[in-house]
Design a protein around this ligand. Structure first.
Ligand code: A2P
Length: 340
């Protein structure tokens, strides 16, 4: 990276769970900023958010002029991205978008920094899409296995924390937990049914094929990122009453057999991945003990599939707000900055 060059960076959705972490990670990784602009809706305009130990005033996205901004990190939902990302791009801004608005467009690259960084350079619309959290954490683990052993099929069940649903979802889990422990009635708002002390096999909208959109994101995004439409993906996405960190029980079938020892050796060398795989109590990653507030994608419980000659089981855990969203977005900004 050219040490002289500094970038004017805008964070859209700066008051949200992901936006706030984007600001924290930009400072933590010492991203070379000349100025940071915090944007949100008119509701939050005039309020303050923190960047690098200082307060910055939140501005209204609707009236903000993007001229002069170099890079914008968007995390304010698909509707906001659809409306404003093209306007920012037209003003010469490189947009890194955390929503699903553009992920499946052929002329928008979908990039995990450790897996397909070169794809970020081909961005005719000046937009780079950040994958969905559940696909994001799977890719640094599965890409090296796919390259050497060829993945034919992926069976995955997710255990997704409420922070993936934003601030209001976290508040709902906290509130329902307190109400139930105090023998009070609950009134689900953000989630379709009770989330405290429960599991919900329903994230995002149902599709015509009976899968949810969250599940189909795993199918579409895995194929696009690994550049292989032949990979079969069978997902089930479940919301769990955990605040931070998504977990995934993953079963893969490979063209060439991979043993657990070979998988451990390959993953120990994979960028962004940490193997935690000991056969003893606590010798595996969990959202609370490992993932929450940290950067790596953790993998454990690596074992042969007893029911298939070329099957392997893995347990993959990561902080969905960091690697699953804000960290990768900042890593993509670093790739863009490195081109300058
Ligand atoms: P605001 O605080 O003004 O509502 P989360 O996913 O954690 O709920 O955060 C969503 C983020 O997206 C917040 O920063 C929110 O800002 C922002 N946002 C939502 N709607 C809009 C909008 N129409 N224009 C700009 N920012 C928006």
């Amino acid at each position: 990276m050219n040490e002289q060059r500094r970038f004017k960076v805008a964070v859209v959705g700066a008051t949200g769970a992901v936006g706030e972490t984007m600001l924290a990670i930009l400072a933590e990784r010492k991203f070379p900023v000349s100025e940071v602009v915090a944007l949100a809706s008119a509701r939050s305009a005039g309020g303050e958010v923190e960047f690098d130990g200082k307060k910055i005033v939140v501005q209204d996205l609707a009236t903000f002029d993007p001229t002069g901004v170099d890079i914008a990190l968007f995390s304010a939902g698909g509707g906001v991205s659809k409306e404003y990302a093209p306007k920012f791009a037209a003003a010469g801004v490189v947009v890194i978008d955390n929503s699903s608005a553009f992920r499946y467009d052929d002329d928008v690259p979908l990039v995990v920094s450790e897996v397909n960084p070169d794809a970020a350079r081909q961005r005719p619309r000046s937009i780079i899409a950040n994958p969905n959290c559940s696909t994001m954490q799977l890719m640094p683990v599965l890409a090296p296995i796919h390259r050497e052993y060829g993945i034919e099929r992926i069976n995955v069940a997710t255990y997704q924390s409420v922070s993936g649903g934003g601030r209001t979802a976290m508040e709902e889990l906290g509130k329902q937990t307190a109400q139930l422990l105090n023998f009070q009635d609950i009134d689900p708002q953000k989630f379709p049914v009770q989330i405290a002390f429960n599991l919900i096999p329903h994230i995002d909208d149902f599709q015509d094929n009976g899968y949810t959109k969250e599940e189909m994101k795993l199918v579409w995004e895995t194929r696009k990122i690994l550049g292989d439409d032949s990979i079969q993906v069978n997902p089930t996405a479940v919301r769990v009453p955990v605040f931070f960190g998504h977990s995934e029980a993953v079963n893969i079938e490979t063209k060439k057999k991979i043993t657990p020892e070979q998988a451990r050796a390959l993953l120990a060398a994979a960028p962004g991945v940490q193997v935690v795989d000991e056969h003893k109590p606590g010798g595996y990653p969990t959202p609370v003990t490992h993932a929450s507030g940290t950067d790596p994608v953790y993998v454990g419980r690596i074992r042969e599939d007893l029911s298939h000659p070329r099957g392997l089981n893995l347990w993959v855990v990561a902080d969905n707000i960091r690697k699953g969203a804000a960290l990768n977005a900042v890593q993509l900004a670093e790739l863009v900055a490195a081109e300058a």
